[in-house]
Design a protein around this ligand. Structure first.
Ligand SMILES: *Cc1c(COP(=O)(O)O)cnc(C)c1O
Length: 272
């Protein structure tokens, strides 16, 4: 951003100043620590698009790396509410030392259907420091506060009250029910795809199903086939970066009726 990503390489699909963290079947969709020193690390868990989660111990390795390398972790927890398994951190601050190196942000979009309403929060602990080229420490909390009060001025009051309501007893109950509904959709999609012979990942701690496209075709070719032959729309894996080629994302954010209908189409499609 702001010109710091460098040139885009058409052949590799990568920006020259960005270090990519490949997530593939081979590493169980869990990124390895970078070999070189980086300044900023973006992590998203549960992951969009793969649905992968990290355990506390695994996340601790990232915090240790960040401390050693004076890096900052940007932790995107948009799908926190979808976590189902035990020992999976719901916030990076559950891990010791995270307050010194991690900024966490969470949107209300996926938790409470705020995609159009627009609300999110960002946690910038006072302990988190950025470093100038000369090595001077800068408080990121102060910079963030200045950015928020001069360039943004905040979310409208009525939307803030709506976000607040998601933490009330009644609000929590409604959200839970909604998420349960979407997760049931995810299970239906996972089972349907498996029955049709696809290799499927995710769908447990996330509303997404990450599937391997059949050998010999690209993500985009699979997109076209799925759209034209069975009228189902999804997201080609290559849109998420170079490691996503050969994969495809389906979403559980639909009605039960349409989810079941789509799976019936896919099952019949494979039999044809
Ligand atoms: C949806 C999403 C967001 C942000 O959503 P907004 O609607 O812009 O608040 C951020 N990160 C991930 C991984 C998402 O899927």
């Amino acid at each position: 951003m702001s010109g710091r990503s460098g040139k885009y390489n058409e052949e590799t699909g990568k920006y020259e100043n960005i270090i990519y963290l490949p997530v593939t079947v081979e590493n169980n969709f869990k990124p390895e620590l970078p070999k070189e020193k980086v300044d900023i690390i973006y992590l998203c868990f549960p992951n969009n698009p793969t649905g992968t989660v990290l355990t506390k111990q695994e996340l601790k390795e990232w915090i240790d790396y960040a401390k050693e390398n004076k890096a900052i972790i940007l932790y995107d927890s948009a799908y926190e509410a979808f976590i189902e398994e035990e020992n999976i951190p719901h916030s990076i601050y559950e891990i010791e030392g995270a307050k010194e190196v991690a900024i966490e942000f969470k949107s209300f979009s996926k938790t409470a259907g705020f995609t159009g309403v627009r609300c999110a929060y960002t946690v910038v602990p006072k302990q988190v420091k950025g470093y100038t080229k000369k090595g001077e420490e800068i408080s990121l909390n102060k910079l963030w506060n200045r950015r928020t009060t001069t360039k943004f001025n905040g979310v409208s009051y009525i939307v803030q009250r709506a976000a607040e309501a998601t933490y009330s007893e009644e609000g929590k109950k409604q959200i839970e029910e909604n998420i349960k509904y979407y997760k049931e959709n995810a299970k239906i999609i996972k089972q349907g795809l498996e029955k049709a012979g696809f290799k499927v990942y995710g769908a447990i701690n996330s509303p997404y199903i990450w599937l391997k496209v059949p050998e010999g075709i690209s993500s985009w070719e699979f997109f076209d086939k799925l759209l034209k032959e069975v009228n189902i729309v999804g997201t080609p894996g290559s849109g998420f970066g170079p490691s996503g080629e050969g994969y495809f994302r389906l979403t559980a954010f639909a009605t039960r009726e349409n989810t079941i209908k789509a799976m019936q189409r896919i099952e019949n499609w494979k039999r044809d």
